[in-house]
Design a protein around this ligand. Structure first.
Ligand code: PRP
Ligand code: MN
Ligand code: MG
Length: 179
C-alpha cells in the first residue's frame, strides 16, 4: 500500500467483480442500439477501459475532458470543457461513463449539453457515488458503489493529479491534503 494511503476501502477484486456485473447489465440494455459510450476524462479513464471490455454488444466510444476541481479538494462549481467529443450525438443513445458523482455539477452540465445536442437518450453509469457531497439533484442510472464522506483516491480518482494509477480505492491520509 502506498505511504499516503490510510486504508484500502475497495479492493481491486471487488472493483472488478462489480464492473463485470455492470457490463452485463449494460449489454442487456444496449443490445441492438449501438450506443455512443462517452468517457469523462480524466477520472473515468480506467473504469471506461475495464467496463467496455465487459460490454458484449456493439458500441462506439468517444472521450470528453472536463474539469471542475483543478487542484482543489472541493468543486469550484465551474465546469470547463477541455476536450470536446469528436462525434455528433444527434439521434444517438448516449451512455456517459463517470468515475464519481460528488456535488453532481459535472454531470448536470454534461447531461444538459448532450440533450441540447439532441441525443436520443442520455444515461449515466458511475462507479462511485458520494451522496453526502450533492449540491444539485443528480442520480446515475447505474451505480457501482456508494462511498462515505471521506477523501478517496485511486482507480482514476486523483488528488492534485496524483494517485490515479492505484488499482484500488484508498482513503488519503488527512496530513496529505491539510499541509
Ligand atoms: C472529478 C470526478 C468527476 C467530478 C465529480 O473530476 O472525476 O468527474 O469531479 O464531481 P462533481 O459531482 O462535484 O462535479 P475533476 O473535475 O476532478 O477532473 P478529473 O476527472 O480530471 O480529475
Ligand atoms: Mn472527472
Ligand atoms: Mg479530479
Amino acid at each position: 500500500m502506498q505511504n499516503d494511503i490510510q486504508e484500502v476501502l475497495i479492493s481491486e477484486e471487488e472493483l472488478q467483480a462489480k464492473i463485470k456485473e455492470l457490463g452485463e447489465q449494460l449489454s442487456g440494455e444496449y443490445e441492438g442500439r449501438n450506443p455512443l459510450v462517452i468517457c469523462v476524462l480524466k477520472g473515468a479513464f480506467i473504469f471506461m477501459a475495464d467496463l467496455v471490455k465487459r460490454i458484449t454488444v456493439p458500441i462506439e466510444l468517444d472521450f470528453m475532458a472536463v474539469s471542475s476541481y483543478g487542484a482543489a479538494t472541493k468543486s469550484s462549481g465551474v465546469v470547463k470543457i477541455i476536450k470536446d467529443l469528436d462525434t455528433t450525438v444527434e439521434g444517438r443513445d448516449v451512455l456517459i461513463v463517470e468515475d464519481i458523482i460528488d456535488s453532481g455539477l459535472t454531470l448536470s452540465h454534461l447531461i444538459e449539453l448532450l440533450k441540447n445536442r439532441n441525443a436520443k437518450s442520455v444515461k449515466v453509469v458511475t462507479l462511485f457515488d458520494k451522496p453526502s457531497g450533492r449540491s444539485v439533484k443528480m442520480e446515475a442510472d447505474y451505480t457501482g458503489f456508494v462511498l462515505p464522506d471521506a477523501f478517496v483516491v485511486g482507480y482514476g480518482l486523483d488528488y492534485a493529479e496524483h494517485y490515479r494509477n492505484l488499482p484500488y480505492i484508498g482513503v488519503l491520509k488527512p496530513e496529505v491534503y491539510t499541509k
